[in-house]
Design a protein around this ligand. Structure first.
Ligand SMILES: NC(=O)C1=CN([C@@H]2O[C@H](COP(=O)(O)OP(=O)(O)OC[C@H]3O[C@@H](n4cnc5c(N)ncnc54)[C@H](OP(=O)(O)O)[C@@H]3O)[C@@H](O)[C@H]2O)C=CC1
Ligand SMILES: N[C@@H](CC=O)C(=O)O
Length: 418
């Protein structure tokens, strides 16, 4: 693709992101990109654009030879995959925001890119305005990426901020997130952690060359966080955030999960509020780096789509360097997690599953404990998301081995001190 190539865009979707891109493109004439046609679902809706721009026939875009780029920003992951597949097969470049679709079809999408040789870019799909994917792909093109911790869902971060900093109720906060265009059409995807999980599957591919499906990663959302948990966080001088985490393990592989976590005041994620996202990277020689920006909303998301369009003019493609040019990593679930669990009845908590329990607290109607449990045990059970039980990771939650602690315990027992 030459530097001066005109981008003729066929866009699917004219909602929060699509309309945002339409407005943003109008203000960016230097890009030499124009939207020729927009395919939407409901023809009866009033649109802030000329009627003749719209169609409900996908072939008006997919079969139009003049259209060389398809922008797919719809809220239906099944239809989105069909659109992207056909567009690539029809030799069009594609830009997409649909993280659910991408995470669920990563391998097929990789194969299609190899087969068709066409670009498929999706910077806006994870952390919206933060250029995280391209940085992981290009800048951290080595094996020194020790860990990534990130807030990748704007809606849940917005809800936590409104509830715990501004005393709004959960429903009120969620409604606001919906009205502001941050939440998914099905907000359960945000609240119960699916959206963060999908984004994390995309990050794992670009950071570590791991191709996984969302069902292989331990996760939950913010649905079970209780008022008493917020009180505990406050008393400790900490914040609760929904954190996605991945860490290269000394024994090999990468430990990864998406769970609520207590973050200490010195953790950069503690000041990420509202719909903002944040990504903390620990790497070999640079030590710690922090990326921060809006993770949801019309213009912030459109800005990332715009950047992908701009990259297309220069023929940019993801090379999936960690996957194709390095030894790809594997997920490794053989780790232990330091967890806080709050509950109303201890019979709902299998305390025998814990390696050890460090703290017990019994308040009037709500109790909590802090202890260490194997990640596998959480993955193979559901007690920690049922019966109003709330599980939150402690700060710095990963233990790669518990052997040392076990040995210490054994020697204390032998010395008669336990
Ligand atoms: N909102 C955000 O902050 C962000 C959203 N995303 C992702 O971007 C995508 C779009 O999100 P958003 O704009 O918020 O969603 P909206 O619900 O605001 O808009 C969805 C749009 O998709 C259209 N649509 C749905 N199904 C079809 C179909 N089969 N063919 C053509 N058009 C269709 C709808 O048409 P109609 O108007 O006729 O109903 C609507 O215009 C989603 O995948 C979302 O996860 C990614 C990052 C941030
Ligand atoms: N629903 C998503 C939108 C952006 O990806 C979020 O809240 O982060």
């Amino acid at each position: 693709m030459s530097k001066h190539r005109q981008l003729v865009i066929g866009m699917f979707g004219f909602g929060v992101v699509g309309e945002g891109l339409y407005k943003v493109l109008k203000q960016t004439p230097s890009l030499s990109a124009s939207i020729k046609k927009v395919c939407i679902k409901n023809p009866g809706k009033k649109r802030n654009a000329p009627d003749e721009l719209f169609t409900t026939d996908k072939n008006d875009l997919l079969e139009d030879k003049e259209i060389n780029v398809i922008v797919e920003v719809i809220d239906d992951s099944v239809a989105a995959f069909e659109i992207v597949k056909t567009a690539l097969k029809n030799k069009k470049e594609v830009v997409s925001s649909s993280k659910k679709m991408i995470a669920e079809h990563l391998q097929e999408l990789l194969d299609l890119q190899q087969k068709t040789g066409k670009s498929f870019l999706y910077e806006s799909s994870a952390c919206a305005s933060i250029p995280a994917i391209r940085n992981l792909e290009e800048y951290y093109d080595n094996d020194l990426l020790h860990s990534i911790r990130a807030i990748v869902n704007g809606s849940t971060n917005f809800i936590l901020t409104k509830m715990f900093d501004e005393n709004l109720g959960f429903k009120e906060a969620l409604l606001l997130a919906q009205q502001l265009g941050f939440a998914e059409s099905n907000p359960t995807l945000d609240v119960e952690g699916f959206d963060a999980l999908n984004k994390w599957a995309i990050f794992l591919c670009h950071a570590y060359g791991i191709i996984t499906t969302p069902d292989q990663i331990l996760f939950t959302g913010i649905q079970n966080i209780h008022k008493s948990d917020a009180a505990v966080a406050k008393a400790r001088g900490q914040q609760i955030r929904l954190v996605a985490q991945a860490k290269k393990l000394t024994g090999g592989g990468v430990g990864a999960f998406v769970l609520p976590q207590f973050v200490t005041a010195d953790n950069p994620l503690s000041f990420v509020k509202n719909e903002y996202n944040g990504v903390v990277i620990e790497s070999g020689f640079a030590d710690q780096q922090f990326f921060y920006g809006k993770g949801a909303g019309s213009f912030p998301t459109a800005s990332a789509v715009l950047s992908d369009l701009s990259a297309l003019r220069y023929g940019y493609k993801y090379e999936y360097k960690k996957l194709y040019h390095h030894e790809p990593n594997q997920l490794n679930d053989d780790i232990y997690l330091k967890v806080y669990v709050s509950f109303s009845d201890v019979k709902n908590v299998p305390t025998e599953d814990f390696e050890w329990i460090e703290q017990w607290h019994a308040q009037e109607d709500r109790k909590y404990l802090s202890g260490v449990i194997a990640l596998q045990k959480l993955k193979n059970s559901t007690w920690w998301k049922e019966n109003g039980t709330s599980l939150i990771l402690e700060p710095d939650p990963i233990l790669e081995s518990i052997e040392e602690r076990k040995l210490r315990k054994k020697s204390l027992e032998l010395a008669g001190l336990l």
